[in-house]
Ligand binder design. Structure first.
Ligand code: DGI
Ligand code: FE
Ligand code: FE
Length: 191
C-alpha cells in the first residue's frame, strides 16, 4: 500500500488532532527506521495506521475481541488497550492491508511485548517520542532513541509503568513482559 493511500484511509477515522499525531508518528518512525536500518516504508505505513481503531466504540471493540483469536483477558483491562489489537485486525478487513510485520507493530504499539521485532520497537517508541508528546522524562528517551533502540523502549516502558502505578491502574502482562525482556539487554537481567 502507498503511504498516500494509507493517509486517505486513516484521515476520516480520526479527529484532526489524532490524525496529525499519526503523521508525526509516521515521520518519527521513518527517521528511526533509517537510523536502525529497517524498512522506512513499513515504518511509515505502520505509523500512519497505528491508531486506526482509536475512535471505534467500546461495544464494537469488545465484540471484535470476543469474536477473534485475541486473548479475552484484554477485556478485563483498560479499554485504552483495545484499539491496538483491534486496529491490527481491521486494517486488513477494511483497508486490505495484509502485512504481518506492520500488523504486529500496530497490535503491540500500546503495551509492547517480550521479543518485539525491530519494527514493533520503532512504532512503540515513535508513538512515545513524536514531537507533539510531552511526558515527564521524555527528553531522556528522545536522547536514548538516537543510539539505543532497546534502552529507549525500556525507558519508555519504565515511565509508563511508573505512571500507571501512580494512578493505581492495572498493568497488562505484556507491558511487564516487554519491560522485563528489555531489562535483560540493559543490565544482563541479574536484578
Ligand atoms: O493511542 P495513543 O494515545 O497515541 O497512545 P497508546 O496507544 O500508547 O496509549 C496510551 C495509553 O495506554 C496511556 O494512557 C497509557 C496506557 N497504557 C499503556 N500500557 C498500559 C496502559 N494502560 C493500562 N491500563 N495498562 C497497560 O499495561
Ligand atoms: Fe495508540
Ligand atoms: Fe498513537
Amino acid at each position: 500500500m502507498k503511504i498516500s493511500k494509507a493517509k486517505q484511509l486513516v484521515e476520516p477515522q480520526l479527529t484532526k488532532k489524532r490524525y496529525d499525531h499519526s503523521i508525526r508518528v509516521a515521520k518519527t518512525a521513518h527517521y528511526l527506521a533509517e537510523l536502525y536500518e529497517e524498512s522506512t516504508e513499513k515504518a511509515e505505513l505502520a505509523g500512519v495506521l497505528h491508531d486506526y481503531a482509536k475512535y471505534r466504540s467500546l461495544e464494537e471493540m469488545a465484540e471484535r475481541i470476543k469474536r477473534s483469536k485475541l486473548p479475552s483477558d484484554l477485556l478485563e483491562f483498560h479499554s485504552e488497550l483495545w484499539h491496538a489489537p483491534v486496529g491490527a485486525l481491521i486494517v486488513e478487513e477494511e483497508c486490505g492491508l495484509k502485512d504481518e510485520a506492520i500488523q504486529l507493530a500496530i497490535k503491540y504499539h500500546t503495551t509492547g511485548r517480550a521479543n518485539m521485532t525491530a519494527l514493533e520497537k520503532i512504532i512503540f517508541l515513535a508513538d512515545y517520542i513524536e514531537p507533539g508528546r510531552s511526558f515527564p522524562g521524555i527528553e531522556e528517551v528522545r536522547e536514548a532513541a538516537e543510539t539505543n533502540l532497546d534502552y529507549a523502549c525500556w525507558l519508555a516502558l519504565r515511565n509508563t509503568i511508573q505512571y500507571l502505578l501512580r494512578r493505581k491502574a492495572k498493568i497488562y502482562p505484556d507491558t511487564f513482559h516487554a519491560y522485563n525482556d528489555l531489562s535483560r539487554h540493559i543490565n544482563g537481567g541479574n536484578e
